[in-house]
Design a protein around this ligand. Structure first.
Ligand SMILES: [Zn+2]
Ligand SMILES: [Zn+2]
Length: 138
């Protein structure tokens, strides 16, 4: 039984790792893994466990639904991430820029940023352009 759960968890983690720059809802993930015989309740259960283990990160896109992202990549431990609330894409902040920001926060606010947990929410360039065009064309 334990091995079965591990297999499900691995499948879930693999799926998220294959989509590192996307934020996916539990529904998206369950839909993608339905063919692998993983139930929706197993998806929810394993997402919660993986989040607790710090291997995935739960993010918000403004609405009530929670989204999940792979956060266990070694490359991603040293910088910060930017998440577009419109399209859900993650951008990996330049390491030096992140360093400057973190240093300034420590210096001016005496605040130590947790790099792994921190996500800056906003709107990416492509979505800014799209929104501007929508506005201009009614
Ligand atoms: Zn990254
Ligand atoms: Zn965007």
């Amino acid at each position: 039984m334990a091995a079965y759960i591990t297999k499900q968890r691995r499948a879930l983690l693999d799926y998220l790792a294959m989509h590192p720059d996307e934020s996916l809802s539990a529904g998206d993930i369950a839909g993608a893994l339905a063919g692998a015989g993983i139930s929706v309740s197993a998806v929810y259960r394993n997402l919660a466990a993986l989040e607790e283990e710090g291997r995935i990160r739960r993010v918000s896109r403004g609405g009530r639904e929670a989204y999940y992202q792979f956060s266990d990549s070694q490359d991603c431990r040293d910088h910060l991430h930017l998440l577009c609330k419109s399209c859900g894409t993650t951008y990996h902040m330049d390491e030096e820029d992140a360093e400057t920001l973190i240093r300034n926060l420590i210096r001016h606010e005496q605040f130590l940023v947790d790099r792994v947990d921190t996500v800056l929410y906003g709107t990416c360039e492509a979505c800014q352009i799209r929104k501007r065009m929508e506005k201009n064309h009614g």
